[in-house]
Ligand binder design. Structure first.
Ligand SMILES: [Zn+2]
Length: 461
């Protein structure tokens, strides 16, 4: 065992202890320190995982999909080493492994590594981990000023897929043309949705990938389900959606609280009851099912794990804020926002909303995506919407353009004041539900605020 690794672990542990004493437990700094001392710490520690490791990447749904995989794999007896939600760069992966290391890295608490990895960091992490399986879920336009075009990431991912150990199982979304094409030269496990009743009349504004990856011709969609996800084909070169071996049919969306679908796989089929809303979560569940089945989980474990999964903070869980049921739904890009808005539109006739739009670095300074999201879908349902955050006025302007009467909109930049106003107004004080749609940094501010006020202890794990 290398002295460098043992030394790096000591330094990481000491840093973690200092941060915890300062009340700042949640950073990937210990991981960064570890990889500074031992650049191959991730690979060396991960080599101790008896069941190997799996990696999940996507623009949308990484955290929820990882939570689902965790719920399923625990039922199979696996003990997981799992990075914290959002700590999904190399430092976060290293920090998770460091946290599980014992005896200078000679032993690990846990036998299966489960890592959600940022799109941009995938290559670095995969090179070190040599994962057993790699799940690639979707690519949407996100934070353009940080990452550049979607095609750049797609090209980078194609390189990662080509360079991977051939023993690594690839699990790919057949319904995303960019993702599906990554499987061109190999034999991946494909998953996808087969449900004509869900098809949208036409591609949404936010569709990112309308042109054939191979010849550049526009795709024809026989069914578009969610942004550019669906059943597509290229009339020019013949490229088409591959037939998935793991499929969802008979999808049932039950407003903001739940959904269900029939899961078809090689071993049979099961009706899946999901305590999470929206088609995007059906995709996350299908991805988790395809990945865990490829790891040897049985269909009963998949169904039971998915039925028991709990929403992560800001991914549609409901809190009680002073007697008012409050649901928080993170929005961070047009495709994700459209799914949240569609889900909300199913929820009821008249909605009270609290929207928080920030343009801090982690949100991407460019918030022009707000104009691409289909707020028109909920415009007829807005009874009251309070807009907060650094770009509160722009959010209100977008809603006005979507057709919401100015008298129903309230602009309060400060989040805490805005939240209290939103809680007090709307449904005539009758304690009806409030729906909160924050961007990423707004979600973190909200979580800190609610923690400070003692309103989220039960949910904050
Ligand atoms: Zn083509």
């Amino acid at each position: 065992m290398s002295a460098k690794l043992a030394g790096g672990l000591l330094a990481a542990r000491a840093t973690g202890a200092v941060l915890r004493r300062a009340g700042r437990g949640g950073t990937s700094l210990p991981g960064k320190i570890l990889t500074r001392v031992e650049p191959h710490a991730i690979g060396r520690l991960a080599a101790r995982l008896e069941r190997g490791s799996v990696v999940i990447s996507a623009t949308n749904g990484k955290t929820t999909t990882a939570a689902m995989v965790s719920a399923i794999m625990r039922r199979t007896g696996a003990t997981l080493v799992h990075n914290r939600a959002g700590a999904n760069m190399a430092g976060g992966v290293a920090a998770a492994l460091a946290g599980a290391a014992r005896r200078g890295g000679r032993e690990l608490d846990g036998d299966l590594g489960l890592f959600e990895v940022d799109e941009f960091w995938l290559g670095t992490v995969v090179e070190e981990l040599e994962p057993r399986a790699m799940l690639l879920g979707n690519l949407f336009r996100d934070q353009l000023d940080r990452y550049g075009e979607l095609e750049t990431i797609a090209d980078r991912w194609a390189g990662i897929v080509a360079a991977r150990d051939p023993a690594t199982t690839l699990v790919l979304n057949a319904d995303d043309p960019v993702i599906a094409d990554l499987g061109r030269m190999t034999l991946p496990v494909y998953y996808g949705v087969d449900d004509d009743a869900l098809a949208l009349p036409e591609l949404q504004h936010a569709s990112d990938s309308k042109h054939c990856r191979r010849c550049g011709h526009a795709y024809v969609y026989d069914a578009a389900y969610l942004a550019h996800l669906g059943h597509y084909r290229c009339p020019n070169c013949g490229q088409h959606r591959p037939g998935p071996s793991v499929r969802a049919t008979a999808v049932e969306l039950r407003g903001i609280s739940a959904s269900a679908f029939t899961l078809h796989a090689e071993g049979g089929e099961r009706r899946i009851e999901l305590p999470l809303p929206g088609l995007y979560n059906v995709y996350n569940a299908l991805a988790a099912a395809a990945l865990t089945l490829s790891l040897g989980a049985g269909l009963d474990d998949v169904a039971a794990g998915l039925a028991a999964v709990e929403p992560a903070f800001g991914r549609a869980e409901t809190l009680d804020l002073g007697g008012r049921p409050t649901s928080i739904l993170l929005v961070k890009n047009p495709a994700g926002a459209n799914e949240v808005l569609r889900t909300l539109a199913l929820e009821g006739e008249q909605l009270d909303l609290f929207g928080v739009l920030n343009d801090r670095t982690a949100d991407g300074r460019d918030i022009s995506w707000v104009w691409d999201a289909d707020w028109e879908v909920i415009a007829p349902h807005v009874r009251r919407m309070t807009c907060s955050g650094t770009r509160a006025a722009e959010l209100a302007l977008r809603l006005k353009y979507a057709g919401v009467d100015a008298g129903r909109l309230d602009v309060v930049e400060d989040i805490e004041t805005g939240l209290d106003r939103a809680l007090a107004e709307g449904d005539g004080g009758r304690a009806g539900p409030l729906y909160v749609v924050p961007t990423y940094t707004a979600l973190l501010e909200l979580r800190d605020l609610l923690t400070r006020r003692g309103q989220v202890e039960a949910y904050w794990r």
